[in-house]
Structures are given as structure tokens and as C-alpha cells.
Design a binder for this molecule. Structure first.
Ligand code: NAD
Ligand code: USQ
Length: 387
């Protein structure tokens, strides 16, 4: 297949592009490198040393013999995106190219507006390019489990069958997201569903949980193929942060009581799920939703797992409960369906002490680069009226 990976310079997009390229697909990466600009803006950095995208792609070609086409540009700029799309003529698009941090989207009005316009307009442009130039092209789009929020009933995969006043219908599952970022994904989902229903496009919305991990088969080929790894309070995700904190002798920053429960998955399963979705495309006019996670844990459980694995690694890690900068329930019901990808053949990598210990070994070699001032959260969800 000819597969365009939008956001192919990011944490998940880079290893996905390598994985698809290694499988013999013709891959093009589109990225405007804005994730690197957020680092300049916030003073943050990837804990792994990542070469420039041009160096990465050249290295991959030298090592594997596979060429990856590069399109450096903004998908919100339709003249750039349309012409690149027409030239490459993809059979499928994997769309990772969005601002993906909840805290970043909650900094202030400007960052909320940026996040929603970047994500919603970019995805609209992708939908228009497909509709106008290649309506058979399958869109595989990264959504998020956070679109659903934490309702007091079971979470289904995208749709809910409801009986109301004696009549029954299957409708989009109600969404109650917890940040301006998560809301942008809800808006994307509605736009994609519209494009499938009205224009007959084919799309798969992968409602992904929180991803952890560093290594994939392809990034392990050479240390310079490593993906980025964030541990700061804006872009670092919970498990990756807890592991860095444990290795660096900092307390694990559990927000509030740690009663928030989320779906989690290993980065290798992200690649596998994307590949499964690509290999069994949605039908024309079909909008599919897969819940993409393999296990659910409360944040407290996750921290306990890291403390336990750290002890086996000779590290005595401590947990610190810090005031939750977000507005989240301290405790809630959580039971989310996630069988569709398993039915397609996903064989999950469950969280294990071995995986945590191997990440600890990797990070131990980088502790000199960790900047402790980036670890504690400063962005708050609460509004100060008049501020
Ligand atoms: P990332 O920030 O590391 O990568 C996103 C990439 O998209 C970056 O390289 C960025 O430069 C690029 N990009 C952003 N806006 C763009 C635009 N307008 N035009 C072109 N390129 C643009 O994020 P990630 O962690 O790799 O996440 C990828 C996707 O997966 C996101 O959509 C995110 O919402 C989703 N997701 C991530 C996680 C996770 O735990 N990392 C979990 C669930 C869902
Ligand atoms: N948390 C802590 N301590 C920390 C960091 C986080 O207790 O140091 C808590 C948060 O309050 C939250 C949970 O851990 O309850 C998850 O937070 P996170 O920062 O790991 O993940 P989140 O903000 O939800 O966002 C991440 C990705 C996002 C993706 C989402 C999937 O950044 O792109 O969409 O995971 S999900 O959570 O399923 O919506």
C-alpha cells in the first residue's frame, strides 16, 4: 500500500512509519515539525536524543534500503497538503498529526484555540483531500479514550444502542471529555462520521488509551532510530513519567488520590493496531470506532506497579500525592469495551515488570539529561475569575 503517515516525526508516528516501511509499504511522512517548536516554547525536550527528521529518514534508508518520502508542511495549509496528497496518491492515511497534550491545551485561551483549530482544521483538510481526490483512500485516525470521559455506565466502542420512548436506535456514544485537547478529538470524530455518512468515505477512529514504552522492533535496529520520550508535566504521560521519577529518585507524582482509571497500552501494540486497521479497511461509507487499549489501571495502581518493579531493580521508589491540577473525579466507575482489535488478531503486550525494568535500564543511561524543574505540574484547569 501507499501509506501517508501524518505526524510521522512524533512519538508514535515515527516508529509507525518505520514499521510500515519495514513491511514493504510505500510510506510518506507529512509533518510540520511543530512538536519540536513546543519544546522551544516550553523549554522542554525529549529525554532521548532524536536526530532531525531528514537525518532519521536518510539513516533508515541506509540501514534498511527502504525509502520514505518526506513532506514538511502543515496540514492546515490546504494548498501544501492538497498538492502533496495528489502527488503521493495514498491508498491509506494514518493521521497522528495533532497537538496531543491535555495540559498544553489548558494553558490559556490562545493554546485552547490553537489546539482546536490545528486539530479540527487539519483533519477537515484531510477529509476534503480524500473526498475530492481519492474517495477510496482509507483514513485511520488517532482518537482518544478520553473522548468518552468517565460515565457511570459501561463504555462501548463508539456507539450505544438506546431505547427511548419505546423506540430503539444505535447512536454515537455520548462524549464528556476532560480537556480542550480531548474535546478537539470529539469534534474530529463528528466530522469524520459526517464525511463517511454524506460523502461515502471510509474511516477508522482509533480511540487510543495512554501509551507507554520506548522500543519497537525497528527503533532497536540502531540507537539513532529511537523515538522521542517525554517526561515533563505537559507532554509526558503517566507511566513514562513515573519510570523517570523512580530512576531519578524523585517521588512518583500521583495527582489527588490516584483514583482516575484509564486504558493503557504498550507502544508496540499501537503499531500492531494501526496495521490491523490498515489491513482490514472500513467499507465505503463506514465510520468504524475501535477502543485501542489493552489493560485498565487506576493511576494509583500504576504507581504501585512501578514501585514494585523498581524494588526488583534495586530502587526504593516513593509515591507522593500532589494536588490534582486537573478537574477529574477522585473515584469513578470505569469499564470500557475493547474487543474489536482483539477480534482482528491483536496479541497484546501486557504491562510487566520486565518491560518496566528494561525502560529503567534505558533511562538510567540518560539521568544526567533529566531536568527536575520540568517534572511538577504548573498548568491548572481551574479558572481564576477576572484573571
Ligand atoms: P506527538 O506530539 O509526539 O506527535 C504528533 C506529530 O504531529 C508531531 O510530530 C507534530 O509535529 C505533528 N503535527 C501536529 N500538528 C500538525 C500539523 N498541523 N501539520 C503537520 N504535522 C502536525 O504525539 P504522539 O504522542 O505521537 O501522538 C500521536 C497521535 O496519537 C495524536 O493524535 C494523539 O492525540 C494520539 N494519541 C496519543 C497517545 C499517547 O499516549 N501518546 C494516546 C492516545 C492518542
Ligand atoms: N497523572 C498523574 N500524575 C502525573 C501525570 C498524570 O496522576 O504525573 C494522571 C492524570 O491526572 C490523568 C492520568 O494520569 O488522570 C493520565 O494522564 P496522562 O498525562 O498520562 O494522559 P492524558 O492527559 O490523558 O493524555 C495522554 C496523551 C493524549 C491521549 C490520552 C489518552 O497525552 O494524547 O489522548 O493520553 S486517554 O487518557 O485515554 O484519553
Amino acid at each position: 500500500m501507499r501509506i501517508m503517515v501524518i505526524g510521522g516525526d512524533g512519538y508514535l508516528g515515527w516508529p509507525t512509519a518505520l514499521h510500515l516501511s519495514a513491511r514493504g509499504h510505500e510510506v510518506a511522512i507529512v509533518d510540520n515539525l511543530v512538536r519540536r517548536s513546543y519544546d522551544h516554547e516550553l523549554g522542554t525536550h525529549s529525554l532521548t536524543d532524536i536526530p532531525s527528521i531528514h537525518e532519521r529518514v536518510a539513516l533508515w534508508q541506509a540501514l534498511s534500503g527502504h525509502r520514505i518520502t518526506l513532506g514538511i508542511g502543515d496540514i492546515c495549509d490546504y494548498s501544501f497538503f492538497e498538492s502533496f496528497f495528489v502527488d503521493f496518491a495514498p491508498d491509506a492515511i494514518v493521521h497522528f498529526g495533532e497537538q496531543r497534550s491535555a495540559p498544553y491545551s489548558m494553558i490559556d485561551r490562545r493554546h485552547a484555540v490553537y489546539t482546536q483549530s490545528n486539530n479540527v482544521v487539519g483533519t477537515l483538510n484531510v477529509l476534503y483531500a480524500i473526498a475530492e481526490h481519492a474517495p477510496d483512500c482509507h483514513l485511520v485516525k488517532l482518537g482518544t479514550m478520553g473522548e468518552y470521559g468517565t460515565p457511570n455506565i459501561d463504555i462501548e466502542e463508539g456507539f450505544l444502542t438506546i431505547t427511548h420512548n419505546g423506540r430503539t436506535d444505535t447512536l454515537p456514544y455520548p462524549k464528556q471529555p476532560g480537556s480542550m485537547y480531548h474535546l478537539s478529538k470529539v469534534h474530529d470524530s463528528h466530522n469524520m462520521m459526517f464525511a463517511c455518512r454524506i460523502w461515502g468515505l471510509r474511516a477508522t477512529d482509533l480511540n487510543q488509551g495512554v501509551v507507554y514504552g520506548l522500543d519497537t522492533t525497528e527503533t532497536r535496529i540502531d540507537p539513532r532510530l529511537v523515538t522521542r520520550f517525554d517526561y515533563d508535566a505537559v507532554f509526558g504521560t503517566a507511566l513514562n513519567r513515573f519510570i523517570v521519577q523512580a530512576v531519578c529518585g524523585m517521588p512518583l507524582s500521583v495527582y489527588g488520590k490516584g483514583g482516575q482509571t484509564r486504558g493503557f497500552l504498550d507502544i508496540r501494540d499501537t503499531l500492531a493496531c494501526v496495521e490491523l486497521a490498515l489491513n482490514t479497511p472500513a467499507a465505503r461509507g463506514e465510520f468504524r470506532v475501535f477502543n485501542q487499549f489493552t489493560e485498565q489501571f487506576s493511576v494509583q495502581q500504576l504507581a504501585d506497579i512501578v514501585v514494585h518493579a523498581a524494588a526488583k531493580h534495586g530502587i526504593s521508589a516513593q509515591i507522593a500525592h500532589v494536588d490534582n491540577p486537573r478537574i477529574e473525579k477522585e473515584e469513578h466507575y470505569y469499564n470500557a469495551a475493547h474487543s474489536k482489535l482483539i477480534e482482528l488478531g491483536l496479541q497484546p503486550h501486557f504491562l510487566s515488570d520486565t518491560l518496566i525494568e528494561s525502560m529503567m535500564t534505558h533511562i538510567s543511561a540518560r539521568t544526567h539529561a533529566v531536568r527536575p524543574e520540568l517534572v511538577m505540574p504548573t498548568i491548572k484547569w481551574k479558572k481564576n475569575h477576572g484573571a
